[in-house]
Design a protein around this ligand. Structure first.
Ligand SMILES: Nc1ncnc2c1ncn2[C@@H]1O[C@H](COP(=O)(O)OP(=O)(O)OP(=O)(O)O)[C@@H](O)[C@H]1O
Ligand SMILES: [Mg+2]
Length: 268
């Protein structure tokens, strides 16, 4: 398989705690009393790109949003098991959830720009952190928008409402908003679903650049994208983790028949 970016591969079974960004232990989720994730166990490697694939409704977004506790905004949410970051279960009662979400940034499946200007969207989190120095904010807004491949389209109208942007522009804006906070872990739920091939390639290059400093977990329905950008891939089916390995193996010689059926398009 042709890889866009070469990278050193670690064996997932032998990951040490230092090499692990997120440790998921027997993690189950119920939404509205129905089981959506069933005892998931996995370690997500630090400063690597991990893709999550699987049929619509298999639980990808649910698992992704478990990594920064975005799930529990849903009142019908129940879980068991643990999600560990830096050796600490993030579901412990004393967890500072606001701090956790700064460290673990997320771009949602549906772009959710705030009803304010493009500029204020990007520096929203920085303002919450009490950062007000104009030159610094200007710099971060520009860099984040450039990295998200949006700067050239919006530099002349930074103070217009973000709600006037097209769907694909909104998608890049929320990527810029997440980048502005320099998260240690970045969760991306189908970040390029509304983008054209060239802009998609730009975002994929950005994701690869981020790897130097950031752990990236990306949900994608695009198998070529998963194979191109990710170091590791996990295949979920009806709330179960079916297969998790380095992406080359998963896409060229899947160990399970279900994985093979999915990646060859026999279902889903
Ligand atoms: N608020 C909710 N109440 C009840 N069930 C829910 C709720 N949100 C999601 N679900 C169900 O949980 C399951 C997993 O949903 P999830 O959004 O994680 O799937 P997904 O793999 O991200 O799918 P897609 O590829 O379509 O985005 C689905 O069956 C979905 O219908
Ligand atoms: Mg989803």
């Amino acid at each position: 398989m042709l890889k866009l970016f070469e990278t050193e591969t670690l064996s997932l079974d032998k990951l040490t705690d230092e090499q692990t960004a997120i440790k998921v232990k027997d993690f189950s989720v119920w939404l509205n009393n129905s089981l959506v994730l069933n005892k998931i166990n996995m370690r997500i490697p630090k400063n690597k790109i991990t893709a999550m694939i699987g049929q619509s409704g298999c639980g990808k977004s649910t698992l992704l949003s478990s990594f920064n506790r975005m799930n529990e905004l849903n009142q019908k949410y129940a879980f068991s098991g643990e999600v560990e970051l830096d050796g600490r279960d993030i579901y412990n009662k004393k967890e500072n959830v606001a701090k956790l979400r700064t460290k673990v940034g997320m771009v949602f499946q549906r772009p959710n720009p705030f009803p304010m200007s493009i500029y204020e969207n990007v520096c929203f989190g920085l303002r919450i952190q009490g950062k007000t120095e104009r030159r610094m904010l200007d710099d971060i807004v520009e860099t984040s928008l450039r990295n998200a491949a949006l700067w050239d389209e919006v530099k002349g109208r930074l103070f217009d409402s973000a709600l006037l942007l097209s769907g694909g522009q909104q998608q890049r804006l929320v990527i810029a908003r997440a980048l502005a906070l320099k998260p240690e872990i970045l969760l991306l739920d189908e970040p390029t679903s509304a983008l054209d091939p060239l802009t998609t390639l730009h975002i994929e290059e950005l994701i690869n650049q981020l790897k130097k400093t950031t752990t990236v977990v990306i949900v994608t329905h695009n198998m070529q994208q998963a194979a191109r950008v990710s170091d590791y891939s996990v295949f979920l089916h009806q709330g179960e983790l079916i297969e998790y390995s380095d992406s080359d193996s998963l896409f060229t010689m899947p160990a399970k028949k279900q994985t093979e059926d999915y990646i060859t398009g026999r279902y889903g």
